[in-house]
Design a binder for this molecule. Structure first.
Ligand code: SF4
Ligand code: SF4
Ligand code: FES
Length: 234
C-alpha cells in the first residue's frame, strides 16, 4: 500500500515535502508497524515518536487521513483507504518529520498542578469510595497525547490558553474527593486563559483517541467556579 509521509528537517530543508513509500500490509498491521518497516527497510532518516506500542504512553499521536490518531492503535485495514497520508500533529511546531515540540503543552499541564493536594500523602492511605473513584474514571484514561490540544481552535488562536488536556486534568483533581486544593486549584483555571476561553466547539472530544468527553469536564469546572463565585461549596 502507498504511504505518503510529511517530511521536514529544519536543519536541511527549506520547505516541507512528502516522501512516498510502498509498504506491505497484512491483517492486523498497525500504522506504527508500517512506519517502523519504512525505517528498517527503506529510509532510516524518517523520525517519529513511540514507546509503549499499546495506546498507553501517548507518544505516537499523529494526523492520519484527516484525523487525529495514535499510530500504534490504528490498524491500516480500519482506515478503509487506498493510500495512507501521515502528518505530524497540526498546529504544533515541528522538530523533525512527525516529531513535534510539546514544550508548550507540558508547560500548561504543569501550570494546573497535576498532582493531589492533600495532607498525609505518602504517610497514610487516603480513602476513596468505589463510587467516588468511578466519578473520575474517564478523566484518568487521559494519556496526554495532545490530540485534543492540537485540534482546539482556541489553542491555535491564543497560545496562552491552557487548552483541553490541562483543563481535563484540572477537573481530574478538582473532582477527586481526596484532593483538598479547593479554591486554590480552581483559581489556576479561572483566568482569561482558563476555562472561560473554551467556546465549547467539541473538536477536542472528537479528536481524543481514548474517547474522553473533555468538553464535559471543562463545563464541570465552569460550574464549580460559578458556585464558588456565589459563595456555594464548589
Ligand atoms: S484528553 Fe484525550 S486527546 Fe487529550 S491528551 Fe488526553 S488522551 Fe489525548
Ligand atoms: S470544546 Fe473548548 S477545549 Fe475543546 S476544542 Fe472546543 S474550545 Fe477547545
Ligand atoms: S506508542 Fe504509546 S501510545 Fe502509541
Amino acid at each position: 500500500m502507498q504511504f505518503t509521509v510529511f517530511r521536514f528537517d529544519p536543519e536541511v530543508d527549506r520547505e516541507p515535502r512528502y516522501s512516498t513509500y510502498q509498504v506491505p500490509v497484512g491483517e492486523g498491521t498497525t500504522l506504527l508497524e508500517a512506519l517502523l518497516w519504512i525505517v528498517d527497510n527503506v529510509d532510516g532518516s524518517l523520525s517519529f515518536r513511540y514507546a509503549c506500542r499499546e495506546a498507553i504512553c501517548g507518544a505516537c499521536a499523529m494526523f492520519v487521513n484527516g484525523k487525529h490518531r495514535l499510530a500504534c492503535k490504528t490498524q491500516i485495514k480500519d482506515l478503509r483507504a487506498d493510500e495512507v497520508v501521515v502528518h505530524p500533529l497540526p498546529h504544533l511546531p515541528i522538530i523533525k518529520d512527525l516529531v513535534v515540540d510539546m514544550s508548550g503543552f507540558w508547560e500548561k499541564y504543569r501550570a494546573i498542578r497535576p498532582y493531589l493536594i492533600a495532607e498525609g500523602l505518602g504517610e497514610r492511605e487516603l480513602y476513596q469510595s468505589h463510587a467516588d473513584r468511578q466519578a473520575i474514571d474517564e478523566m484518568l484514561n487521559c494519556i496526554l497525547c495532545a490530540c485534543c490540544y492540537s485540534s482546539c481552535p482556541m489553542v491555535w488562536t491564543n497560545p496562552k490558553y491552557l487548552g483541553p488536556a490541562a483543563l481535563l486534568k484540572a477537573y481530574r483533581f478538582a473532582g477527586d474527593t481526596r484532593d483538598k486544593g479547593g479554591l486554590e486549584r480552581l483559581k489556576l483555571v479561572a483566568g482569561e486563559d482558563g476555562v472561560w476561553r473554551c467556546h465549547t466547539v467539541f473538536n477536542c472530544a472528537e479528536a481524543c483517541p481514548k474517547d474522553i468527553n473533555i468538553t464535559w469536564s471543562i463545563q464541570a469546572l465552569k460550574r464549580k467556579l460559578a458556585r464558588a463565585a456565589v459563595g456555594l461549596r464548589p
